[in-house]
Design a protein around this ligand. Sequence first.
Ligand SMILES: C[S@@+](CC[C@H](N)C(=O)[O-])C[C@H]1O[C@@H](n2cnc3c(N)ncnc32)[C@H](O)[C@@H]1O
Length: 307
Amino acid sequence: MEQQSRRSFIAGAAAAGLVAGAFGSIRAAHAQEYATPFGPSSQDAVNRMIKLAALKDGDVVADLGSGNGQIIIAAVKSNPKVRGWGVDLQEWLVKTATEEAAKQGVSDRAQFSQRNAFDVDLREASVINMWLFANLTRLLQPKILAEARPGTRVIVNGQLIGTENILGLWQPDQIDREGSSPIMLWIVPARVQGFWTWDLPLGGTTQTYDVIMNQAFQQAEGFARVGNRRESLTEVKLRGEDLSFVFDMTLTGVGRTKHEFSGKVNGDTIKGTVKVSMAESKPMELPWIARRVAKSGWFRPTGIDLK
Ligand SMILES: C[S@@+](CC[C@H](N)C(=O)[O-])C[C@H]1O[C@@H](n2cnc3c(N)ncnc32)[C@H](O)[C@@H]1O
């Protein structure tokens, strides 16, 4: 399968206008287990990759295996407040991309270097582009999840490699199938897995919330405890650093209370607001600050009090 995908990629790359001599200059097999030859993404794919990234001022776009530099050059030209950089194993492609950036007057915002995609620091990017063999793309998944900041958009051209498990079990947030090849988007999720706690002043007292979050990539579920009551979180949404969820809970001295939380995850803190709605009173909005803890009050003994 691997050999076959490699052969079809090479055939496709050749059909896409592969520059003669590219294969001759790829490194020896012992140096790179999975090297991908050069073939430029089609113009249609480049346009759709940039569109799906929804570039905004301040974005830093990276292309892992930047080839002739066309994606970075097109990205920085689409917005004067966007910067970009590309890395490629092949010296002649880095030179070609650098010369093209100069020709198009964007050298100050588009830089290229001869480096291995596995060696770059992905914390510097807010958008990461790739069109590599499927197995190589997949091997970059743990690096992306370990290094890229929450909210970073990952864009992959699916031409010849398809859309199936390209980043392993991490499924795309969106797939654009409108053109000649599928273009996939992933949004790096914040890490919410673990134990969280916070207080809210409700019913004339301080209510302490102990929440357990479980996470599989951008999917999350959670369980809340206040006093001796426990409820599951519903409508849990995690997109980049943005987390929101809802739950109803009967609070001591307050009664049945609906909670709608939304906030931004920043390391071991979540900051946002909670809309609290109680049976007879008007809903109110309170600030919400949660912190991650090593041990959770969730596991305190509950006892047998039925009141
Ligand atoms: C199919 S081309 C894509 C070029 C460009 N991203 C585009 O879509 O037009 C793949 C490029 O990745 C480069 N490449 C392969 N493995 C790499 C690695 N480990 N690190 C950096 N570049 C790599 C190849 O030299 C080639 O230029």
